[in-house]
Design a protein around this ligand. Sequence first.
Ligand SMILES: [Zn+2]
Length: 410
Amino acid sequence: MQNPLTQARLRFAALIPFLCLIACSSSAEPPDDASEGDSPIAFTNVRVITMNPAQDILEDQTVIVVGDRISAVVSSSLVDLHPDTEVIDGSGRTLLPGLADMHVHISSSDLPSYVEYGVTSVRNCWGWEGLPDIMEKAEKSEIVSPTIHSLSPGVDGTPPSWPQTQLISDPSEAPALVNRLADEGWLGLKMYQNLRLDTYNAVVDAAKARGIPFSGHVPHRVGIDRVLEAGQICIEHLSGYEVAVTTRGGQGYPAWISIDSSKIPGLVEKTVAAGIWNCPTSAIFLRLSQNLSPTDREAMANNRRAFIKALYDAGAGLLIGTDSGIDVVAPGVSLLTELRDFESAGISRAEVLRIAILDAAKFLGQESEVGQIVEGMRADLVLLDGDPLESFDVLEDPVGTMVRGRWIPD
Ligand SMILES: [Zn+2]
């Protein structure tokens, strides 16, 4: 039986002839043809948080990228790089799989800001005409952009809140509406605030018949109990729960100021039983609540954190998303607010990163493509000047981000 070091050497040796055929370039411009002619890039002597459960953290590694793929993750002592390889010094630095912001409202001018903060995937939560073209350009690396996954434009009743709302006023309209949105190729339906119970139910039936998932708000005329049994795959903003737990009435962030904590376990249990995920989007709540007194604002934030922690402890699916693009929430940098809020809820930094990277990939059905630094995965990476497991502060200013194998230094 060969020892592991010899095996690693052999595996890398198999790569050398291929690397030698490829010219090296330090350009951050997209390749003329993304499918060929890509340059090999190596991150050297770097600490790697692989997110691979079998070998989570590797010290002093060389990570080689060819095209848009991770070609090798090898101990630096075993590597002789081809002289044409572009070398990025990882000494004292940490390489992390790219982060995902799982609730954004994308606009094309915001795209580079996500990348600047290490966000390589986003879940856009309100589709719009023209977005599929931008998504395609991102896929082809024709623009600096995270990979965009997008829900449909919101399905809602009157009065509509946002442009391109897909209004439904009669249950009989649901099959045609749902089939049209499914034909447009969205990741899922976005359910919104003003759906009535009869129209919500009709959209649910049509979505199940068509086999398209649905996520979104808990419409106030539908309520949390119905949404938890309807097969919705994700609830955004913890909406609907606050109506069930508040002791001061109302809905939205003020309702979280005073809650009956004894109601949390029952709701969490139902959530776990339903298999429904939650994307709390604390970043926007912290911004919107700045008009509250400091005491009320802290109570709101802490009650939401208690709910998030209870969901986490019970094993409910959680997503880290910000609502960036809604004008009070800045794209990219706001992900840090969200990560820190999960940490403030009492979840370890390692677990917060796992949620932001691995669970996001799982939720999107992308876990064989992104979320780990292992051979064969897409090269979506962020290089940090320090260790995010010691402090999230290092995410304030990444050394650079790699999206689909394209290195974009800060
Ligand atoms: Zn939103």
